[in-house]
Design a protein around this ligand. Sequence first.
Ligand code: SAM
Length: 205
Amino acid sequence: MSDETKDHWENVYRHKQANEVSWTQDVPQPSLHFIHSLNIPASAAIIDIGAGDSKLVDFLLDEGFQNITLLDVSEQALEKVRKRLGDKAERVKFVVADITEFTPVEKYDVWHDRATFHFLTTVEQVQQYVSIARQWVKEYLIVGTFSEKGPKKCSGLDIKQYSEKELENVFSAGFSKIRCIEQEHLTPFNTLQHFVFCGFRKSGL
Ligand SMILES: C[S@@+](CC[C@H](N)C(=O)[O-])C[C@H]1O[C@@H](n2cnc3c(N)ncnc32)[C@H](O)[C@@H]1O
């Protein structure tokens, strides 16, 4: 990722409030739906890739999950979460990194990504992401991207849209699809964005 792109995200979180960006959700319903369906223990290691200042972590902490990591290229985003969580932030691991250059120190039972993977627009970036996920995901991968009916850009940046089949194909070396759902996200500006969310299981388990 270029310095320019990192600066873009730092500026977004420095200058914009949650109700001023399209991706904000009061309740991250599709993500919680997928995570609940896995029936994982509270000790499961969960990482949220490109977590931003999503409230997913708040819900997971309230449900008793004890091993949550938030990764984002924007330090500002993670600072917002840290402040919001207050004392609860001590129970969360924060990683400022570009996902395509991430070197984990532990494996994750669940790897969750809503609206970050689709910012990887080159074959090389996608290959790096898939290769890191293959190596460091123990069991489950949940990825939500704009669908072919969704926007072509987000936050002024180009994204890559995915169909269910394309998402399945891109992760096929290493993961088997459990199921996919389509979702209409209602933005804070009362517009709709079409997403596809897929859950995968590591192959060969
Ligand atoms: C559209 S926002 C989604 C945030 C959050 N997942 C949510 O659902 O509210 C995309 C997030 O991905 C982060 N991001 C973009 N490219 C990234 C990369 N290469 N590595 C890590 N984070 C990245 C941005 O900083 C931003 O927080």
